[in-house]
Ligand binder design. Structure first.
Ligand SMILES: Nc1ncnc2c1ncn2[C@@H]1O[C@H](COP(=O)(O)OP(=O)(O)OP(=O)(O)O)[C@@H](O)[C@H]1O
Ligand SMILES: CC(=O)C(=O)O
Ligand SMILES: [K+]
Ligand SMILES: [Mg+2]
Length: 592
């Protein structure tokens, strides 16, 4: 039995959680005294279509569902024991950011960018204005790397991105990337880098130094290091940026001679090689998610990040485990898990890992330290293809525009590399050092944007629809119907030359199925939840809008047409194909 309760509108927005209610939401609070005892499912008188389900205790997440009539689907923002705060979207609005809107108006539907852009945020880009410049420049996802900086620092960045979204209508998603527990060097006690010269003898040690580090000493985070290396082994820093040869072992210290000089950066990754192959027996015993990573993951869940990227994934089990951990702790489990493919084991178990994840990243930095560099391009191609087949978004990352850390223009080779990733139709491209600590973050982003647009246009003009076999991904008959509908709708869109595909989707699944088909026209994805809208921002070709809609497609379409027309985003006569996850049908129509 479900009770009906009254809401009241608070006179202030002073509670801390209220600061994050987007402008287009109506905000209501349930009086603490009116909370139902025992029966934990209830409706609210003002919004009879919305059902609120409190789970096992007051501190647990709350689910809200409803069919959207009379105000749309609500989101519970807080369920502290003092009451429930409910945010109900203003049903008369549609939310799209200013940059997408301008791009749509300027270039028309067909030439909007399909490839999504991820920027790593670091000292060069953490200010509010710098973040805004990246959002204006097309950043879809902001990545924070827990290898660097304090949680406080990361929280500030998250708050700024959220504020930007709220004040300016962007839907920039946040991805938190874990440190992982591979072998890496420590810091240099304050120095930002150190230079290793040819022939120099350096000491790699697992000791903890209380005072300043002795000269030419490097701390290694892995206890078993001195036991595992052998005289004659080759030590690679950051996959070969600097190389050493092991010449002597003295207790916890390992003496090495520099054979390839270069710059040592704090926390750089270390691998050791014997007879031409990577040594990884002991290393493989390190857990994928370290205790520090778990604390960072708790932090990410608390902060409501949209994606958590897991470094050095070795098997599908760790992803499954993390997903259930998240599901037990976050509301509606809306944190997506991205598997970073950057180790030999991750390549071995690729299909299972990707199947278990919500997406993947081709983390070419560390991958290139684990497999020979000349194998990285084919590994990238395979990962991108498997992700597409299994309907998971994929990000191509690391060194796309490495020279732009220092120079304002990219090399020809870098442009060719970016083009190749776009041509492979990866969902997203990522900047690392270029945006985190480079001198030209906005210029680097502009290069990704213009190369994506140019290659996508060339691809369309050449009508290069590659015939990729798209296997069934769902398990139920209803899933199969959705997949067939999306494949047919995308094919019809190409053959009829329609202007846009419209998809009405609650959780985003239908939108991703359409994106998987990589159609010629853009996909307008309408969803009623802000977090789903942000998550869709990682997927190829999707233009996510937040809109409250009902189960009645006729009225959804009319409402969308009039809202979009009022903003000059579409015009009478435009040809669209609409699908939805409420009604299994394909509608083709000219906008009235
Ligand atoms: N929060 C930060 N604070 C300071 N420097 C940062 C921060 N984030 C990134 N950087 C700098 O930018 C460089 C590139 O960043 P990025 O996060 O892409 O490193 P990466 O080594 O490619 O990733 P990973 O550590 O996940 O393999 C880092 O080496 C670091 O110098
Ligand atoms: C991004 C990352 O982790 C890598 O390239 O190694
Ligand atoms: K990382
Ligand atoms: Mg890495």
């Amino acid at each position: 039995m479900s009770q009906s309760l009254n809401l009241f509108t608070p006179s202030t927005r002073s509670h801390s959680h209220l600061a994050s209610i987007p402008k287009h939401y109506h905000y209501f609070c349930l009086k603490p005294s009116s909370l139902p005892a025992g029966d934990r499912a209830f409706t609210v008188t003002e919004f009879p279509s919305i059902k609120v389900n409190a789970l096992s205790s007051d501190l647990d997440p709350v689910l809200v569902s409803g069919n959207g009539t009379g105000g749309g689907v609500g989101e519970v923002l807080s369920n502290a024991s003092r009451g429930y705060a409910l945010a109900v979207p203003d049903s008369s609005s549609i939310e799209v950011d200013a940059v997408t809107e301008a791009e749509l108006k300027e270039n028309g539907f067909r030439s909007t960018r399909r490839t999504k852009l991820v920027c790593t945020i670091g000292p060069a880009t953490c200010g509010f204005e710098q973040l805004e410049a990246l959002a204006v420049g097309g950043m879809n996802v902001a990545r924070i790397n827990m290898c660097h900086g304090t949680r406080e620092w990361h929280r500030t960045v998250i708050d700024r991105v959220r504020r930007l979204n709220e004040e300016k209508g962007y839907a920039v998603a946040i991805m938190m990337d874990t440190e992982g527990s591979e072998i890496h060097m420590g810091d240099f006690g304050g120095a930002s880098s150190a230079k290793a010269e040819d022939g120099e003898i350096w000491t790699f040690s697992v000791r903890a130094f209380d005072s300043a580090l002795p000269e030419r000493t490097i701390i290694v985070n892995y206890e078993g290091f001195a036991e595992d290396v052998k005289i004659g082994d080759e030590l690679l820093v950051d996959g070969g940026m600097v190389r050493f040869e092991v010449i002597e072992k003295i207790g916890p210290d390992v003496k090495c001679r520099c054979t390839d000089p270069g710059l040592l950066l704090p926390r750089a990754n270390l691998t050791f090689w014997r007879d031409g192959s990577l040594v990884r027996e002991r290393n493989a015993m390190l857990p994928t998610i370290s205790s520090k990573d778990w604390l960072d993951i708790d932090f990410g869940i608390q902060e409501g990040v949209d994606f958590i990227a897991i470094s050095f994934v070795k098997s599908a089990e760790v992803i499954t485990h993390l997903k259930s951990y998240i599901a037990a702790r976050s509301r509606d489990s809306d944190v997506a898990v991205i598997a970073k493919i950057e180790s030999i084991d991750s390549l071995k178990n690729l299909e299972e890992i990707i199947q278990a994840s919500d997406g993947a990243m081709v983390a070419r930095g560390d991958l290139g330290a684990q497999i020979p560099l000349e194998q990285v391009p084919s590994a990238q191609q395979r990962i991108v293809q498997v992700c597409r087949q299994l309907n998971k978004p994929v990000i191509v990352a690391s060194q796309l525009l490495e020279s732009m850390i220092e120079y304002p223009t990219p090399t020809r080779a870098e442009v060719a590399d970016v083009s190749e990733a776009v041509r492979q139709r990866a969902d997203a491209l990522m900047l690392s050092g270029e945006s985190a600590m480079g001198q030209y973050p906005e210029k680097a982003l502009a290069v990704l944007r213009s190369v994506s647009l140019r290659i996508e246009r060339w691809w369309r003009e050449e009508k290069r629809h590659e015939a990729m076999e798209l296997p069934e991904v769902g398990s139920s008959f209803s899933d199969s119907i959705s997949e067939e509908i999306c494949i047919s709708a995308a094919k019809m869109a190409n053959n009829l030359g329609v202007d846009a595909l419209f998809v009405y989707t609650k959780g985003g699944h239908m939108a991703s199925l359409l994106s998987r088909c990589r159609p010629d026209c853009p996909i307008f994805a309408f969803t009623s939840t802000t977090s789903v809208r942000r998550r869709l921002n990682l997927q190829w070709g999707l233009i996510p809008f937040r809109l409250s809609f009902s189960d009645d497609m006729e009225s959804n379409l009319n409402k969308t047409f009039s809202l979009l027309k009022a903003r000059n985003l579409i015009k009478s006569g435009d040809l669209v194909i609409a699908v939805s996850d409420m009604l299994q049908s394909i509608q083709v129509m000219n906008i009235p």
